[in-house]
Design a protein. Sequence first.
Length: 493
Amino acid sequence: MSIATAPRNETPATAPDSGDPAALLARTHDLSRRLQEREDFYRSVLESLGEGVLITDRDNRILYANSRVECLTGYSRAELLGSLSHELLTPKTEWPAMRRRLKERLTGKVDEYELEHVRKDGERHWVSVRALPYRNARGDIVGTIGLLACIKERKNLEFENEYLQEELRANYRAIVGDSPALKKVLAQIEMVAPTNANVLILGESGTGKELVARAIHDRSPRKAAALVRVNCASVPRELFESEFFGHVRGAFTGAVKDRVGRFELANGGTLFLDEIGEVPLELQSKLLRVLQEGQFEKVGEDRTRTVDVRIIAATNRDLATEVKAGRFREDLYYRLSVFPIELPPLRNRVEDIPVLAQHFLQESARKLGATAPRLTSANVKELQSYDWPGNVREVQNVIERAVIRSRNGRLELGLGRPGGVTSRPLRKSDSAPTAAPASLHDLKHHERAFILEALARTRGKIYGPDGAAALLGVKPTTLSSKVHRMGLKKLVG
């Protein structure tokens, strides 16, 4: 390995006669040689740096680029020299901002920022930039020296960490139970997990659709990659496209920085679209395109990106009915439901209730730092005689409240007494209709009646432990969506 050394400032032992033309010529050649050596030395230093060095003039035209810049951008030095830096290396949406930065640097400001620049092959590449004014021998600012460092890996880790922080707030639990109905579901999971087929999980709220999605992903060839979750019911209508596909800075009011969408985060892995029935009709065509072609564009960007994502969708709606009503695209429905899995409600697997209750009892006691009360046969009987409209999620909530209220090791569920727990869940004996639904229309009528009853009891409150969502054993976002769809918003306090 050769090491560049600075040329020595050699001085002849005897100065030649200044009037001798041959001596003057020799001296000029010697000076040129030493200047060339010095230039070669500094060029060697610049070429050996781990950072990219980009020197531009006052118009941001590239005067010099070292080999590291060639590596970062994918452009050869011949392509870089003479080009306008911001037009060649940054998205068009960034050009006004880059011009403002250049104007500030020409006043003497040192600028530091991070930028996702565009490589020659069209790929985006995150770099950190430190830009300094470049002065000539007289001290005049004649351009900019830019130092570029690759931060692609760090930015990817930041995006991953941002997503994982959200995931840590979610509660993934094992699928608990041994009933024939649950065994059928587990067999379906084992059957479809090794494939890349899209899966549609159907079932009432609280039956564990997210746990099934996690089990499919964990048993699939994609398990080393991320399982990215989107709750479609909690995304504001106007932000659906940004949530799915991401956006670039300035794409709309409030877009102060670039955002990576869920499809891009899930590239190589699995995307779980919970409550898929809540996706607006006008966005469903774009969702269908990604499923068919694996391509999308970020909001505010005209570049097409390609992803490889497996879709697992879930809903408590009857999508076939939604298709007939024109609220859900038929082609998207068939694309999603390649392999449907229907989760049984808890009332159809009563034999699983004792083991579920014991599981949540231990978990709640550990979380609360308390001694787990004993689950008696009377408790089990009380649990199994209840209808559980909120399914497994409601069991978890009831048990946790019971642990908090327990005294002297006694577990009081309060399911058999009005007011026994905070905002007692609705039962068949309540004032809501009790006749079995004879049709889908009747079922919707019953659902509306239960929601009206819950809102009346909670004085229009949806969120919180004493809200209507807890009363019904459903997610607050799900209930809020239903209230909006049924035209009951005026009843919400």
